[in-house]
Design a protein around this ligand. Structure first.
Ligand code: CTP
Ligand code: CA
Length: 223
């Protein structure tokens, strides 16, 4: 009889994971968002917990139940996520940013519901803060920073640029146009990119992607 249990090779590690979409309010009843389901980030949080880590999950609004034995901090907007992530980041050994953060938000949030008219409506948008870029600029020695990259074309080149620009140790790239990859599926097709390696993985469940991602990070880094 062999014991069936998850290896505890993250014991004592402090991990911060972000997941899900952000919502950017337009008025009291409407917001801008994206198709992120949160499944990738929630799977990563769960796998880190099973492997013995102390896990904090900063999550945008999703339909998923908060994972057990994980400190879950719910947020709504990119600004909320920035505040939650940057306040917890300094003590973390590993930060994995799987959230789909809005790049823009309405420049102004109307106090009252916007009423329709017959004219065309244009909504001015302003940039949100790039949370991952901020973390890269404030990375402390020994801290490992992993981002995600969602592309529909030139996946490798664009993702390598993000890795460099944001001062990351790894980026997990996926091409939204491949069947079985991306937002709403239970599977993903990812490529792990580091400053000097590119590792393509076959299609697999998001729980397995999470497991392989942690294997790769632990292999690269001795915490
Ligand atoms: N990200 C972030 N804060 C933002 C935007 C993105 O922290 N305001 C993070 C995401 O969580 C992800 C990584 O940056 O880990 C890459 O996100 P992605 O949208 O693929 O790339 P961008 O740098 O936003 O560039 P673009 O959307 O133009 O491709
Ligand atoms: Ca973006």
């Amino acid at each position: 009889y062999k014991v069936c249990a998850c290896k505890k090779d993250m014991t004592g590690m402090k991990v911060l994971v972000t997941a899900g979409p952000t919502q950017e309010a337009l008025d009291p009843v409407r917001y801008l968002t994206n198709h992120s389901s949160g499944k990738m980030g929630y799977n990563i949080a769960k796998i880190c917990m099973l492997r013995g880590a102390d896990v904090t999950l900063v999550s945008g609004k999703t339909a998923l139940a908060a994972p057990m034995f994980v400190r879950t901090i719910p947020v709504t907007s990119a600004k909320d996520m920035f505040d939650a992530v940057t306040s917890h980041a300094p003590e973390m050994d590993l930060i994995i940013k799987a959230a789909a953060v809005a790049d823009y938000r309405p420049s102004h949030i109307a106090d009252e519901k916007v009423k329709k008219s017959d004219a065309e409506l244009a909504i001015p948008l302003e940039r949100t803060d790039d949370i991952l870029k901020y973390l890269g600029e404030h990375k402390r020695p020994g801290q490992f920073l992993c981002g995600f990259s969602m592309e529909t074309e030139n996946m490798l080149e664009n993702s390598q640029k993000k890795l460099q620009k944001k001062n990351l140790d790894m980026i997990v790239a996926n091409n939204l146009k491949m069947a079985g990859a991306g937002f709403e599926t239970d599977t993903n097709i990812v490529t792990f990119i580091t400053p000097d390696t590119v590792t393509e993985l076959p299609i697999m469940g998001k729980d397995q992607v999470a497991f392989r991602l942690i294997d790769k990070i632990l292999e690269l880094k001795t915490f």
